[in-house]
Design a binder for this molecule. Structure first.
Ligand SMILES: [Zn+2]
Length: 185
């Protein structure tokens, strides 16, 4: 075992309370490309698609790309050993929660129970009219854009789009970033 793994194990063992902070890196092994970088989604798609102003002005075109990337591509992915390792640490009482900027639901799929998805989740849609929320499994994406059953307004993935400020965190708790060793290191 490398020194960095032993050091990580020592810190986790001696900590009173651990929280994992995860980002795109943990899902790359599951086949989800990161947004930035050489093989990133932004080299294949225009980031403007995820600007909230573009979504409002070109709803159908924006939804077509969203469906292709997030529901056709992301819909097939499964958790990898890193997601399962965090779920196991939580089950053993070693990990309090996972805080993630990922919207792919893979921490829940792996069995983690306390997950704070601060960019939202692709599993949920929100109505832009009455704010009703729907599970993606309830919605037919063959006709775009999907509409609210209650008020007929457009539904949007319940995730943070660019061009929109983040909601503030309760108490503005500073987040410590825990770097996970990669499989190859
Ligand atoms: Zn509605």
């Amino acid at each position: 075992m490398s020194d960095s793994y032993q050091e990580a194990a020592r810190i986790i063992r001696s900590a009173r309370r651990c929280v994992a902070f995860t980002g795109a890196g943990i899902s790359v092994e599951s086949g989800i490309p990161p947004f930035r970088g050489e093989k990133g989604l932004w080299n294949q798609y225009d980031p403007e698609t995820f600007d909230i102003r573009y979504f409002h002005s070109h709803t159908k075109a924006s939804w077509e790309v969203i469906r292709e990337i997030f529901y056709d591509l992301f819909g097939k992915v499964v958790p990898n050993p890193a997601h399962y390792a965090l779920a196991e640490l939580e089950a053993k009482g070693r990990l309090g929660s996972v805080i993630t900027q990922n919207v792919d639901n893979l921490h829940y799929d792996a069995g983690s129970r306390t997950v704070h998805e601060f960019h939202g989740s692709l599993k949920k849609l929100v109505c832009l009219g009455c704010r009703a929320k729907y599970m993606i499994s309830e919605i037919d994406l063959t006709r775009l854009p999907p509409e609210c059953e209650a008020c007929g307004k457009v539904l949007k993935p319940d995730v943070i789009f660019s061009g929109k400020p983040f909601p503030s965190l309760p108490g503005q708790i500073p987040l410590m970033k825990l770097k996970m060793p990669t499989a190859s290191s």
